[in-house]
Ligand binder design. Structure first.
Ligand code: GLN
Length: 209
């Protein structure tokens, strides 16, 4: 039996197109009857089976979510109810419980608070604003995952219900809490679809439950 799945890409700011392409590629490589759609409004958010919150600028994404407060509340509710989601870079920051900046310190930015981690923004220093690294990821078979880091955060504290999927330079850079995945890096930019496929697998599983 085939059924459709609809994966939303939160399209307020940031790396939207790249995530749409990577998600489409992941789904077609799995021969699924699935499509992706941008999410900006309440109705669009209500109709998706899973969501990607892309990288970009977490303060901007958080503020736009708050301004359109209908979507912020609905998003929080859906994530708490178990909708599968992946936040990459700024997207992981937006989902976190707490965030601070490695230089500026405490930040008063709006967060969804659904992922039990404390995030340090710009965690890899100014000299190292962007770099790539090979990362062993828990649960991924075969070669390391090529992580593309751009002014990347890391998780400096993780709750007991959060699984650490990957580390770089002793910092936590990939996590999973139930149906929520967070990555410090940009999986949509490495040409490796395993994180997008993991999200699709979580969606398929939650559709069956
Ligand atoms: N430094 C950005 C922030 O704190 C994240 C950068 C990114 O998403 N590539 O929001």
């Amino acid at each position: 039996m085939s059924y459709e799945i609809n994966i939303g890409i939160l399209a307020l700011q940031g790396d939207i197109e790249e995530n749409i392409v990577a998600t489409r590629d992941a789904m077609s490589s799995l021969s699924l009857n699935a499509y992706t759609s941008p999410v900006r409004y309440q109705k669009e958010l209500e109709s998706v089976d899973g969501l990607i919150i892309p990288g970009g600028e977490s303060t901007v994404i958080g503020n736009l979510l708050t301004l359109k407060s209908g979507i912020r509340t609905t998003l929080q509710k859906r994530l708490i109810q178990g909708m599968p989601a992946m936040g990459t870079c700024a997207g992981m920051i937006v989902m976190a419980k707490k965030a601070y900046d490695s230089v500026v310190g405490k930040m008063n930015q709006p967060l969804l608070g659904v992922l039990d981690i404390v995030v340090e923004r710009n965690s890899f220093g100014r000299q190292n604003e962007s770099f790539e690294a090979n990362l062993p990821i828990d649960g991924f078979e075969g070669e390391d995952f090529r992580g593309v880091f751009i002014r990347a955060p890391s998780a400096t504290k993780v709750g007991t219900n959060v699984k650490i999927l990957g580390r770089f330079a002793e910092k936590v850079v990939a996590v999973q809490q139930g149906n929520i995945i967070g990555t410090s890096f940009h999986p949509e930019l490495s040409g490796d679809l395993r994180f997008h496929k993991l999200l699709v697998a979580l969606i398929m599983r939650s559709r069956k439950e």
